[in-house]
Design a protein around this ligand. Structure first.
Ligand SMILES: Cc1cc2nc3c(=O)[nH]c(=O)nc-3n(C[C@H](O)[C@H](O)[C@H](O)COP(=O)(O)OP(=O)(O)OC[C@H]3O[C@@H](n4cnc5c(N)ncnc54)[C@H](O)[C@@H]3O)c2cc1C
Length: 379
């Protein structure tokens, strides 16, 4: 009898895992099912390019079944509850599904409530609709104050707000309005970006581009009427456009099932990714409480590790691998250049790279390779 692997969430992590599993094992050894509440798969890094008019919906989305290899069963449904002790999930229509192995890949959700006034006063690029709304503003502003930065913590893709600042700067220069627009970048810590060595590169670039860093600015609330953003430290900034990372939390199903921490992140073993206390349930990607950035790259590396380990478990052959926190972060700085940093659990001190065209070319290539090579489990 094939072993049943049930994957809740068909985003980056869930899709890569499913495709790798059916590539590794024949149908008489494994049955793989992906459940997702939506049948559209979005390439989320593409929202950045949507906001600056360089990508459209069709470039960054696909119907979900077309992203899954033959042999993966796709069910479009919302999972209402996950019961780890009874090895079953309940769908919104009340039906239940059992499993031999469960993988939770439910990502994160936006938690607008955490910052009063955010919804009315701030923009972002964490959904396609929001990126389109911001695009209109970036293309129509002729003068004024643009404030970009970190609103809520945690949020997925730590470098995304910096990329917004750099690409907006490039857009304003191309539109010939940059000298009439003041740009500020807010951060709750003592520098724009956490990892110190990449931060040095970022700060240098901000100086060159005339983007003023505003540090120790932890967003408290947004006054949408007065167009002012206020910090817990007692400072205020006026804005015409405010682009903030929306605060994020785990998926609703994690809260409903009582299997996450206070913010809805699932605790897993940092190397083998099994949910703490269970050896037949795993979590990957943004859903975990691991101390790694919430990125597609991490979801990708975790899915590769877990696909190998499930194949070893099912066949009894091969060697289990350990996930080591591997991350590779490319950051667009505009004008055809990008910087990057690599890190893992044990080393986060690799230098940030001086922005160059090669890394930018890599990021653009990634936008295409994503569909053909990464999601399919080829690399
Ligand atoms: C603007 C932006 C820029 C980014 N840039 C980069 C970048 O440059 N590099 C990078 O590596 N990463 C980047 N990321 C982050 C990356 O997209 C995410 O980290 C990645 O998608 C996480 O994968 P995941 O599988 O954990 O979650 P997701 O891909 O978000 O998938 C989660 C899935 O679970 C489904 N789901 C949730 N709850 C349920 C339920 N109850 N029932 C059924 N289905 C459910 C959702 O519908 C969703 O499809 C960026 C993200 C954004 C928003």
């Amino acid at each position: 009898m094939p072993r049943k692997v049930l994957i809740v969430g068909g985003g980056d992590g869930g899709t890569i895992l499913a495709n790798r599993l059916v590539k590794k094992l024949p149908a008489n050894q494994v049955e793989v099912e992906v459940i997702d509440k939506s049948d559209v798969h979005w390439y989320q890094p593409g929202y950045l390019f949507v906001a600056v008019g360089e990508a459209e919906a069709g470039d960054i989305s696909r119907k979900r079944p077309s992203t899954l290899r033959k042999g993966v069963k796709f069910t479009k449904a919302e999972v209402e509850r996950i019961d780890l002790d009874n090895r079953e999930v309940t769908l919104k229509d009340g039906s239940k599904k059992g499993y031999d192995y469960l993988v939770i890949a439910t990502g994160s959700t936006i938690n607008y409530e955490e910052i009063p006034g955010y919804k009315e006063g701030a923009d972002h690029i964490w959904t396609f609709e929001a990126a389109m709304k911001l695009r209109e503003k970036l293309f129509s502003i002729k003068e004024g104050k643009v404030v970009v930065g970190i609103g809520g913590l945690a949020y997925k893709c730590p470098v995304a707000p910096l990329e917004v600042a750099f690409l907006a700067d490039e857009l304003f220069r191309r539109r010939g309005v940059r000298d009439r627009i003041e740009m500020k970048y807010i951060s709750p810590i003592d520098r724009p970006y956490g990892p110190k060595l990449l931060n040095e590169v970022i700060e240098e670039e901000m100086k060159r581009r005339g983007i003023e860093p505003v540090t120790f600015f932890s967003v408290d609330y947004v006054d949408a009427e007065k167009k002012v953003v206020n910090s817990l430290e007692g400072d205020s900034l006026e804005y015409d456009i405010l682009v903030l990372t929306p605060p994020q939390k785990g998926a609703d199903v994690i809260f409903r099932s009582g299997i996450g921490d206070d913010e809805g992140w699932v605790s897993v073993d940092k190397h083998f990714l099994n949910v703490q206390g269970y050896d037949d349930a795993f979590a990957i990607g943004d859903a975990t409480a691991l101390p790694t950035p919430k990125t597609g790259v991490i979801a990708h590396f975790q899915a590769a590790t877990l696909a190998n380990n499930l194949a070893v478990e099912i066949t009894g052959e091969g060697i289990r691998e350990m996930f080591d926190g591997q991350s590779f972060c490319v950051i667009e700085t505009g004008f055809g250049k990008a910087s990057a940093q690599v890190s893992n659990y044990y080393n986060s001190t690799a230098p940030g790279l001086i922005p160059n065209w090669l890394l930018h070319a890599m990021k653009l290539a990634m936008n295409k390779m994503y569909w053909k090579c990464i999601l399919t489990g080829m690399i």
